[in-house]
Design a protein around this ligand. Structure first.
Ligand SMILES: C[S@@+](CC[C@H](N)C(=O)[O-])C[C@H]1O[C@@H](n2cnc3c(N)ncnc32)[C@H](O)[C@@H]1O
Length: 313
């Protein structure tokens, strides 16, 4: 697949010219440099006619998508449309969940459409929706690691590893009484395996469906179904190695989940350094020169591309 080719350092330098002009330097809660570059480079090579971005936040990801494919029709799904700061043309902004959108109203060529999920919703739910719509090219941003049950949604990586999943909430702001109660409830319901839930929030202009699965068992049907239809599974590598010696103390604990933090301690070499694009010093220099916060390279979460083929049914 030539759209999965490995980028060169020149590709990265060209990307930095785009990244330099991003609408906000601090895209907290959104894409950072590693995933932004992978998404950009993939889209640039793939040349989609339509991109669906589920989870827009301030619009930092939309900027990357638009820069990579200036002519594509973009469909942006976000419950809090009022929070979007960067808006573009040739783009639909809908505050509806992916499962509720009537995609038939748009002239979509599924072979040339990329769905970019960056909405922290469970892959278990998304898989059936992708199947239903017969979408083929999927990028999943929140691809939490299977070796650790952290993360706030069930990821493709966890599904493919056929691992048991327990929802864990971010263990922070526990001084807030509401967070504390939710945390305590969550802690106990973790052991009550029936406590799955799908919430439908109706206080939006249009309905907004959001899901937080509490538990998913091993040996589930979803793993088998995913394996059956998945033709390519590709994890975008990090732009460079996370240097545990130099960077570890500076990890931003607001971003890193507590469990993940433990995991990084134990296994950082095996997992976070296994597949990198460029040499650390080269990236370090380029980022310093372009005034990009070095902590951005820590924000890596195994974002993946999946090619599905549902034709066989
Ligand atoms: C990680 S942020 C998205 C970041 C954005 N793609 C970027 O690159 O800057 C996640 C967003 O998903 C939104 N969200 C939550 N539930 C959603 C749903 N069911 N469908 C679409 N977006 C949802 C949240 O409001 C939040 O803005």
């Amino acid at each position: 697949m030539n759209y999965l080719e490995k980028p060169t350092i020149n590709d990265f330098k060209k990307f930095l010219e785009i990244y330099e002009k991003r609408p906000f330097k601090n895209n907290d809660g959104g894409l950072k440099i590693s995933h932004a570059f992978s998404l950009y480079f993939f889209l640039k090579n793939f040349k989609p006619t339509t991109v669906i971005e589920s989870g827009v936040h301030k619009g930092g990801g939309t900027y990357i998508i638009r820069s990579a494919c200036p002519d594509a029709h973009i469909i942006c799904l976000e419950p809090y449309l009022e929070n979007i700061e960067y808006k573009i043309s040739n783009c639909e902004y809908l505050n509806e969940d992916f499962s509720l959108v009537d995609f038939n109203q748009y002239n979509i060529n599924k072979d040339k459409t990329v769905v970019f999920f960056d909405d922290h919703q469970d892959f278990s739910k998304r898989f059936y929706e992708i199947y239903h719509h017969n979408f083929k090219h999927i990028i999943f941003e929140d691809n939490f690691h299977e070796k650790n049950n952290y993360g706030d949604c069930y990821s493709p990586k966890q599904v493919l590893a056929n691992c048991e999943y327990h929802y864990t909430i971010k263990k922070r702001n526990l001084l807030n009484i509401k967070n504390f109660c939710v945390y305590v409830l969550d802690y106990f319901t973790k052991f009550l395996r029936f406590k799955n839930e799908y919430k439908i929030k109706q206080n939006f202009k249009y309905s907004h469906l959001t899901s937080k699965l509490k538990f998913f068992p091993k040996d589930n049907y979803l793993t088998k179904a995913t394996n059956k239809y998945l033709k390519i599974y590709y994890e975008f590598p990090q732009i460079t190695m996370i240097d545990p010696g130099r960077k570890f103390n500076k990890l931003n604990l607001n971003f890193i989940y507590k469990d993940e933090f433990k995991f990084l301690n134990e296994d950082i070499k095996n997992y976070y350094n296994k597949s990198i694009m460029f040499d650390y010093d080269v990236i370090n220099n380029l980022m310093l020169k372009n005034n990009i916060n070095l902590n951005e390279i820590l924000n890596y979460n195994f974002m993946c591309y999946c090619l599905f083929d549902f034709k066989q049914d």
